[in-house]
Ligand binder design. Structure first.
Ligand SMILES: Cc1cc2nc3c(=O)[nH]c(=O)nc-3n(C[C@H](O)[C@H](O)[C@H](O)COP(=O)(O)OP(=O)(O)OC[C@H]3O[C@@H](n4cnc5c(N)ncnc54)[C@H](O)[C@@H]3O)c2cc1C
Length: 453
């Protein structure tokens, strides 16, 4: 084993300073930056890649789930909902109207190939719910509009590397760029990197979770009407062909292809691969290669055997491999699977997903001051994260973190001491649902947790 190389200390010029620095321009980071800027803070948003969107754009995760609890209760509002309205106005988002959100054969036929059903329902036919199929380039475009209108200073091509610490307080970050290292200073830092890059390197406790990774891709030139006709008129034959296709993919959901707002283009949330570490260069490289091989095999098969796929071409393989889970913060409170499944309501709830609530304490890392986290690396057990990391709830957390940062700055207190009731009021004013008012189906947290309000 070679001796590790010691890097010489290098000066990082201060590129800019702002009230709030957000690291990561995915769904959570976008919502955090926009909410903080709209409420009067100066905000810098740092992103390593050439676009905003994270897994929703570069990861090509193209259905927004966990927006609603059952057929009627919309649980995530605010910036996530605004994103949908803007995409819809551009013709780049599709969702079932309220009357279609039921369990019936007819609605299943109409919507199942859009993937807009209750993911957690059992059985072959699932209830249609409020979920949204969208276009990844549309997401990038609307993200750009939202940050521009809010006055967020966006710095792309900026790869976070090091925290700027003063004792246990974070004062900014250093990013690696083509021009060398650059420091960006701020009064509050929000880690929305998805992998807790900032929190972990600043010394906040975390655990390393893991889950399967996926090389998402899209196919074009598909006659989706012919493919759906085949599915409904020859179910047994279609089942056989789908089974063979899924065997080649080596890991996929039952609906391995889904329609998108672009005619003739389908989204393939597969192949899933397990055993890869989402933080390891070697594993990510190997997973990308393996995923592409499986996709090539699938293409050959469906062109020959799947009606409607005769002229299929690969339009794109997601530039970002789909890592669902890596580091998870061990914050002031760690959300459990029971909390998620039982809809446990916390007095300090600031964000919502399907039926569940996210307490402010789950966005607060331990040991590091003036740092918040938002998104899929929030403070949650590994098994609970698998049930609570969809895009809308991550945006809800981001909006809450951005709002809490401004509330703390305006009140002259640290983010750890932010007045949660005031954060909830601000979120309501901004059109979000912080979950302060429990739904009739919620279960109150035990008295010790409820005391945290
Ligand atoms: C294959 C797959 C399928 C999924 N399916 C669905 C689905 O159908 N519906 C659904 O709602 N959700 C789904 N999810 C979950 C959802 O996509 C994620 O949980 C969600 O996007 C997380 O948002 P985030 O902002 O926390 O993180 P991310 O989307 O990961 O965004 C993090 C951002 O931070 C940036 N970043 C990371 N590190 C650094 C750094 N060091 N410096 C600068 N920038 C950095 C990244 O480039 C990225 O832009 C799926 C996820 C995967 C992987």
């Amino acid at each position: 084993m070679d001796t590790p190389v010691i890097r010489p200390a290098v000066e990082a010029p201060v590129a800019t300073r702002s009230d709030v620095v957000v690291v990561g321009g995915g769904p959570a980071g976008l919502a955090a930056a926009v909410s903080a800027a709209r409420q009067g803070a100066s905000v810098t948003l740092l992103e390593r890649y050439a676009y905003l969107g994270g897994l929703a754009a570069g990861g090509m995760v193209l259905v927004l789930d966990d927006f609603a609890d059952g057929a009627t209760e919309i649980t995530v509002r605010g910036i996530a909902q605004e994103m949908v309205e803007r995409l819809h106005a551009l013709g780049l988002a599709v969702y079932p109207p309220p009357g279609d959100r039921i369990l019936s054969d007819e609605m299943w036929r109409r919507w199942s190939r859009w993937g807009l059903f209750d993911l957690y329902a059992k059985g072959p036919r699932k209830s249609i719910v409020y979920a949204v199929a969208f276009d990844p380039d549309g997401w990038k475009r609307v993200s750009n509009d939202l940050v521009a209108e809010a006055g967020v200073d966006v710095r792309l091509h900026s790869w976070y590397s090091t925290p700027v610490m003063e004792g246990d307080t974070i004062r900014g970050v250093v990013c690696e760029t083509k021009s060398g290292p650059q420091a960006v200073l701020g009064d509050v830092v929000i880690d929305a990197s998805g992998d807790a890059d900032v929190a972990a390197s600043a010394g906040a406790p975390f655990v390393e979770g893991s889950y399967m990774v996926t090389t998402v891709f899209r196919l074009g030139n598909i006659d989706t009407e012919a493919a759906e006709r085949f599915e409904h008129s020859e179910p047994a034959e279609c089942h056989k062909v789908n089974r063979a296709a899924r065997r080649i993919l080596g890991g996929s959901w039952a609906q391995w292809w889904l329609k998108t707002p672009l005619p003739g283009v389908v989204w393939c949330n597969c192949p899933h691969m397990s055993g890869y570490d989402g933080l390891s260069v070697e594993d990510l490289t190997a997973a990308d290669r393996e995923g592409r091989q499986r996709i090539a095999g699938l293409l050959d098969y469906v062109r020959e055997h799947y009606p409607g796929f005769e002229n299929a071409v690969v339009i794109d393989v997601a530039p970002q491999i789909g890592v669902r889970q890596s580091r998870l913060i061990e914050g002031e409170y760690v959300v459990t699977k029971d909390d998620v499944v039982d809809r446990v309501h916390f007095a300090d709830s600031v964000a919502r997903g399907r039926g569940y609530y996210t307490p402010y304490r789950a966005l607060l890392p331990q040991h590091v001051e003036q740092l918040l986290v938002a998104g899929r690396h929030y403070s949650v057990t590994s098994e609970a994260q698998k049930l609570s990391r969809e895009i809308p709830p991550c945006m809800s957390m981001g909006e809450a973190a951005g709002t809490a940062a401004v509330e703390a700055l305006d009140s002259g207190v640290t983010v750890r001491k932010a007045d949660v009731a005031a954060v909830q009021r601000r979120l309501r004013r901004e059109g979000a649902d912080p979950g302060d008012i429990p739904s009739p189906r919620a279960r109150p947290a035990d008295s010790t947790l409820a005391a945290a309000s």
